[in-house]
Design a protein. Structure first.
Length: 167
């Protein structure tokens, strides 16, 4: 990925440690998955996931504190609480799908049912991919670390290589 390296010892200089602090364990992702499947109430999470009450309570609190879920009274019964995905929670969908697809590819073999499909044509979704600013699909070989002050600048000695690769 080039001559530059990320400052691997500086945890605050990267978004990954912060994301893992919030979502880096199994139950947080299982709660997120249940939320995407329309589960909204504490008792529903308990029944659907088979999670211990104290662990569920702790994880829901953490997800609410970090803005992944919103905790609100139910409109029809103000004594009941709903947990709903926020925009920040919905933004985790690509990460969750990428992990799911990775698990299906490298985990135990099973037949997925139901299958996640495109709502319009009811065909299975494609793999989560990395795309360039212009829509090109990228692999690990196409990635490069660049100083943030030099975005879009290609060193002169690489100009010929980049032009050749673009053809």
């Amino acid at each position: 990925m080039g001559e530059l390296r990320e400052p691997l010892g500086e945890l605050a200089a990267c978004g990954l440690p912060g994301a893992l602090e919030v979502m880096g364990e199994r139950w947080s992702f299982m709660i997120l998955r249940a939320s995407f499947n329309g589960v909204h109430h504490f008792e529903e999470f308990l029944d659907e996931l088979g999670i211990a009450r104290n662990i569920l309570s702790s994880r829901l609190t953490k997800l609410v504190e970090h803005g992944i879920l919103a905790r609100t009274p139910c409109p029809d019964d103000r004594r009941k609480i709903e947990y709903r995905l926020t925009e920040k929670g919905f933004d985790l969908l690509p990460a969750m799908l990428a992990l799911r697809q990775w698990g299906m590819k490298y985990g135990a073999e099973f037949i997925e049912n139901p299958v996640l499909v495109d709502k319009r044509d009811r065909l299975p979704i494609g793999p989560v991919i990395i795309t360039a600013h212009d829509g090109r699909e990228l692999t690990h070989e196409d990635l490069w670390l660049q100083d943030c002050n030099c975005i879009g600048m290609v060193p002169e000695d690489e100009d010929a290589e980049v032009a050749e690769a673009a053809e």
